[in-house]
Design a protein around this ligand. Structure first.
Ligand code: NAD
Ligand code: LMR
Length: 331
């Protein structure tokens, strides 16, 4: 029996992600939680003839607890999205408290769940989640993931376009660091299959497009929010890998923003970058993050420069999250 929860299920990401999870044969029960509209979203999805049994919850009657009780996987796309002119950090004021509240519930009623945080700013919301789980005595770094898959999906797509490949899914393009602007570091020197390269005259433009791909969507949506459909795809892709690995499937690797000192292989990467939270390719298994892969050993000089810019900003984002978790503003 696998119980999955989506917290923020009525939103722009939440609805298509709920649809994808409803179609997933690995899910037996799918609980939808949001502060609005979950009865409608749940009723709608419940007419689809796939396996997962659907339930919908609102905050009344401790709906958050009921939704998350004994969950195996909790995916969190709750919170406000950007409008043009905003940075992800501008979302902190509202989303930090939302994520903190949801993780507190998860810690109480589903302490063993895999937790996948989508809500921005990921660079800070994941440290908040870790601190809340630590304070509740249930933190397992191998089970807490900041979802950075959209950066990888974008990198695959954009590289495929310039490399003349039919589809980006033929490619693996590691993207490491954090999830905002310069903290996003694509490693084009480590694309596989080997032989696919980014020409020098396209390098800067492509790095910029991967780092600021989110802005492209925010601008095009013109005030109506940020990436939702591509994010639902990316969130599902990551969640499906976590569930397959939990069932014993081998060879599943995807970058994710994790607490490195708590993941095997992560300590040396944390020492090298000076960042405890960082996205690197993660080997997934029954326990979650089984191994963090150190891809920093043979990066190019250009990538080293990107890495330096990344860690400078990322350290501040992480500290901001940790500080908030310990001293949330009084209501
Ligand atoms: P949205 O406004 O369409 O949906 C957010 C949903 O969260 C709404 O339905 C809202 O009611 C709900 N919500 C608010 N507070 C809640 C709470 N306390 N408990 C449960 N639900 C709550 O926004 P969206 O476009 O779906 O984006 C959601 C978040 O995901 C944003 O913060 C956005 O920046 C982020 N995002 C992250 C990535 C990534 O790569 N990690 C990509 C895209 C968007
Ligand atoms: C993205 O990368 O599309 C998301 O983080 C949403 C955003 O604010 O850009």
């Amino acid at each position: 029996m696998v119980k999955a929860v989506i917290a923020g299920a009525s939103g722009g990401i939440g609805q298509p992600l709920s649809l994808l999870m409803k179609l997933c044969p690995l899910v037996d029960e799918l609980a939808l939680y949001d502060v609005v509209n979950t009865p409608g979203v749940a009723a709608d999805l419940s007419h689809i003839s796939s396996t997962a049994k659907i339930t919908g919850y609102l905050p009344k009657d401790d709906g958050g607890k009921a939704a998350m009780k004994d969950a195996d996987i909790i995916i969190i796309p709750a919170g406000i999205p950007r409008k043009p002119g905003m940075t992800r950090d501008d979302l902190f004021k509202i989303n930090a408290g939302i994520v903190k509240g949801l993780i507190e519930i998860a810690a109480d009623v589903a302490p063993k769940a895999f937790i996948l945080v989508i809500s921005n700013p990921v660079n800070s919301t994941v440290p908040i989640a870790a601190e809340v789980l630590k304070a509740k005595g249930v933190f397992n770094a191998q089970k807490l993931f900041g979802v950075t898959t959209l950066d990888i999906v974008r990198a695959e797509t954009f590289v495929a376009e310039i490399a003349g490949k039919k589809t980006g899914s033929e490619l693996t393009v590691p993207v490491i660091g954090g999830h905002s602007g310069e903290t996003i570091v694509p490693l084009f020197s480590q694309i596989s299959p080997s032989g696919v390269t980014v020409p020098d005259d396209k390098y800067d433009e492509l790095v910029n497009r991967v780092q600021f791909g989110g802005d492209e969507v925010v601008k095009a949506k013109d005030g109506a929010g940020s990436a939702t459909l591509s994010m639902a795809y990316a969130g599902y892709r990551f969640a499906e890998k976590v569930l397959k690995a939990a069932k014993g499937e081998k060879g599943l690797v995807e970058p994710s923003f994790v607490y490195l000192p708590g993941v095997p292989g992560g300590k040396e990467i944390a020492e090298k970058t000076g960042c405890d939270f960082f996205s690197v390719p993660i080997e997934l298994g029954p326990n979650g993050a089984e191994k963090a892969t150190n891809v920093l050993g043979n990066i190019t000089a250009k990538e080293q420069k990107l890495l330096e810019a990344c860690t400078t900003g990322l350290k501040d984002n992480i500290t901001k999250g940790v500080t908030f978790a310990h001293n949330p503003p009084q209501k």
